[in-house]
Design a protein around this ligand. Structure first.
Ligand code: 13P
Ligand code: SF4
Length: 323
């Protein structure tokens, strides 16, 4: 994202230390703008996973996002240490699918490959045959070549994939949902569409099916950012977390970006702060170093590499404020 305003003293200090430490800063689209402005790359989970794997040449990576994303970065970055500003930033969606639950579903549906949404714990990922993100779920499920797959933990994403493919998609747990995306309400969205008849509505696939039906487009946060940047339209209703809405409005002041719900905030994502990033650069606190048990690495790296073979949506944006 282009940064037009003067950077704060803390941001300047972060950039100074970032250069001294030869650190790469990756930030998810839901991070606050002050973090997005000092990041090297801002993107969705698939884009940031790819950037972590390409991070050779850096001495450390700071990942501003939720823990499962930083864990994925740590596995893909191999020998480069990965730090997370808020080690307690846990995605509650991940809690719906445990390794034990997957094993019991495998017994019930022998032979059906397990496709896990990346929003899962590292332990659960050891039971996955494939891992996908919102930007790659449809392609990954198709790439399995199977007629039936076990999918989790997000039941709305499973439903979206089910409607886009001929594959039978079985929920590992039908209760799995994201509390942020469940807040979008179709009645409220219809009213907004009436108020802005020329707006293009883009919704994240974690939203409820009726919200997705009412949207013009469905996609990952990276796909939303690319669509707004490249579209000739000037008004967009965005059904995802507010960090992306703020980013889009700041990046495209000439366009009107309307949040589909003004309180759609992921409190876990927002546990990361600029001060938390500065603390890493100043002190390298051991509790902020991301550690994935060694015995999980090989399997997770293998399934992540399988995902990286599919194209997926979008590409991570490079922040030009300090390059
Ligand atoms: P994206 O991969 O689309 O950024 O989604 C991540 C996420 O956690 C959505 O809630
Ligand atoms: Fe998890 Fe939802 Fe937050 Fe994404 S927005 S990190 S799925 S709680």
């Amino acid at each position: 994202m282009e940064v037009s305003r003067e950077l704060s003293d803390v941001q300047k200090r972060v950039l100074e230390l970032k250069r001294e430490r030869n650190a790469l800063i990756l930030a998810h689209n839901y991070q606050t703008i002050d973090i997005q402005e000092i990041a090297d790359f801002v993107g969705d989970s698939l884009q940031l996973a790819r950037k972590s794997g390409e991070g050779t040449g850096y001495d450390m990576i700071i990942f501003a996002g939720v823990k499962f994303m930083a864990e994925m970065a740590s596995i893909l970055a191999e020998d480069i240490p990965v730090y997370i500003p808020a080690p307690k930033a846990l995605c509650p969606l991940a809690a719906y699918v445990s390794a034990e639950k997957i094993r019991s579903m495998k017994e019930k549906y022998p032979g059906a490959p397990v496709v896990l949404y990346v929003n899962t714990t590292a332990e659960a990922k050891t039971e996955a045959d494939y891992i996908c993100t919102s930007g790659s779920a449809v392609e990954v499920v198709e790439a399995t070549g199977a007629s039936t797959v076990l999918f989790g933990p997000d039941a709305n994403l499973a439903d979206y994939v089910r409607n886009k493919t001929d594959v039978e998609v079985i929920d590992i747990d039908t209760r799995g949902h994201c509390y942020v995306h469940r807040q979008f309400d179709v009645a409220q969205l219809v009213l907004l569409k009436e108020e802005y008849p020329n707006a293009i509505t883009i919704a994240h696939p974690e939203c409820d099916p009726d919200v997705l039906d009412a949207a013009d487009m469905v996609g990952s946060t990276g796909m939303m950012a690319q669509t707004v940047a490249n579209s000739p339209h000037d008004t967009f209703i965005i059904a995802t977390e507010l960090g992306l809405v703020e980013q889009l409005q700041a990046a495209h002041p000439e366009k009107t970006i309307i949040p589909a719900y003004e309180r759609a905030v992921c409190i876990q994502m927002k546990k990361n702060t600029l001060e938390g990033i500065l603390d890493i650069l100043e002190n390298l606190p051991p509790e902020k170093l991301v550690v994935v048990p060694e015995e999980y690495h090989e399997h997770i790296r293998e399934v992540l590499q399988r995902m990286s073979k599919v194209k997926g949506q979008g590409s991570a944006k490079e922040v030009r404020a300090h390059s």
